[in-house]
Design a protein around this ligand. Structure first.
Ligand SMILES: O=C(O)CCC(=O)C(=O)O
Length: 346
């Protein structure tokens, strides 16, 4: 019988088996033989000297990571341990609130900017994903903060402070990524002009049969860059050379990944890479991605400085709005929308 619960957290603790709508076909399950078992992870880059004499070394590390992995971790990023811990505990506290309290924020309308929901898009998807999520738009703060949860009582104030800090880190990283491509430091800032900033608090409850389903299936991110904070429970996997690599959490680091728009701006030098979240039977997991995006009307295309006879433009220009609409229509899937915007030479 279908569950009457709107949120997975309130269903998960009552079931001994995964309900049928969460069960993926055999060919689309988190098969352990596709996962590389080794200590190899994505590169870890120390940002301590980003504004010191070793900037060019750090930029080289960033360039290599963006070309080869599309993912890297950062330490000494300027966001305090206290703020990281506060954000993770607030997220945990929010998802532990009584059901009736959490449900005040619930909506299944994907066009509502600030909302608590479950899976990905319950209205259109074929399979459900083992996660609940609170999606928040964060910029400009004053347009959105009044729609954020007001419980826990310090939620709005503390999350706003976190958003401002992550915004600072995103801008530092975008400058560094711009320079690492050989572009002017403010190149990306100029073309994108107004940025959007969204964040998601992902909550993955323990799952009785984690081999049958995903927290989130493989996908690339439609935005420019993503800055992800995760707790100490593993779950994120990144595709490299046809194998999934588990990114085991390192305390006080953030994970940065290149999104589809950055792949376009770099004319395919930097890669937007498939990643997914798997679940486990023992522990709940929290991850908090911040998605840094162009504004809807920003015109995205390969940077002209990166185009020449040897490197023709792989993509035509489009507005972020056009791209985002296609992303939502397609749903969360391993095929990325970038192919729809390729030029005839590509
Ligand atoms: O939970 C994770 O580690 C990944 C989250 C993610 O990919 C997403 O929210 O888009």
């Amino acid at each position: 019988m279908a569950s009457t619960k709107l949120l997975l957290a309130d269903l998960a603790s009552t079931v001994k088996q995964v309900p049928s709508n969460y069960i993926r076909p055999i060919s689309d399950r988190p098969n352990p033989s596709d996962v590389q078992v080794s200590d190899v992870s994505i590169p870890l880059i120390d940002l301590q000297d980003l504004y010191g004499p070793y900037r060019s070394d750090i930029l080289k590390q960033i360039a290599l990571a963006c070309q080869d992995d599309g993912f890297f971790q950062v330490k000494n990023h300027g966001i305090s341990e206290a703020m990281i811990n506060k954000m993770l505990s607030l997220a945990r506290e929010f998802f532990q609130l009584p059901e009736s309290e959490r449900l005040q924020n619930y909506s299944d309308d994907p066009f509502k900017a600030n909302r608590l929901s479950t899976s990905f898009n319950v209205k259109t998807e074929k399979f459900a994903n083992w996660r609940d999520f609170l999606r928040l738009h964060c910029y400009p703060l004053e347009d959105h903060i009044h729609e954020w949860p007001s419980n826990p009582p310090s939620f709005r104030e503390d999350v706003a402070e976190y958003c401002n800090c992550v915004r600072g880190l995103a801008l530092r990283l975008l400058e560094a990524i711009s320079e690492s491509l050989g572009l002017k430091r403010d190149h990306i800032d100029k073309i994108i002009s107004k940025y959007g900033q969204h964040m998601v608090l992902n909550y993955y409850p323990p799952c009785p049969e984690p081999e049958l389903t995903y927290g989130l299936p493989g996908h690339t991110d439609p935005n420019l860059i993503t800055i992800l904070l995760q707790d100490d429970v593993p779950g994120l996997q990144v595709l490299r050379n046809g194998k999934w690599i588990a990114v085991n959490p390192i305390p006080n680091t953030f994970i940065v990944n290149i999104g589809d728009q950055m792949q376009v701006v770099s004319d395919d030098r930097y890669k937007s890479v498939l990643h997914r979240a798997v679940v486990n039977c023992n522990k709940e997991r929290i991850s908090i991605p911040t998605f840094y995006c162009p504004s809807p009307d920003a015109l995205i295309g390969p940077a002209t400085e990166l185009i020449d006879d040897g490197h023709p433009a792989v993509y035509q220009s489009f507005t972020y709005d056009e791209y985002y609409e296609k992303f939502w229509k397609k749903g969360l899937a391993t095929e990325c929308c970038l192919d729809m915007f390729k030029t005839s030479i590509a």
